[in-house]
Design a protein. Structure first.
Length: 103
């Protein structure tokens, strides 16, 4: 088993199977990574692997449509396209959904 820590969700740490998909694990464990399509199209699930980026699999072509070279070099990934093979810490930009709903 591996451990995924959701930094933006009060450091929630969960166990997952080696090779688990990051977004699916977030959904199952209520990790909180934002998403819409789940299929690499919308870009909503952009997140930053702050620790353990070497434990994630190769960047997919779909991710390159949403991430700049600089972002990829800094550890950004699309959670729905990312499979995890070791412990990682992940953060993301919280979406101001409640704020938008009030406007
Ligand atoms: S949820 Fe749409 S790109 Fe990942």
């Amino acid at each position: 088993m591996i451990q995924i820590t959701f930094l933006t969700n009060q450091n929630l740490t969960v166990s997952a199977a080696e090779g688990a998909n990051l977004l699916r694990t977030s959904l199952r464990e209520k990790g909180g990574i934002p998403f819409k399509c789940g299929g690499g199209l919308c870009g909503t699930c952009k997140c930053l692997i702050e620790l353990g980026v070497e434990h994630t699999d190769a960047i997919k072509p779909k991710e390159k449509k949403h991430l700049t070279e600089e972002e990829i070099a800094s550890g950004y990934r699309m959670a729905c396209q990312t499979f995890v093979h070791g412990d990682i810490h992940v953060s993301w930009k919280p979406r101001p959904t409640t704020l938008a709903a009030k406007v």
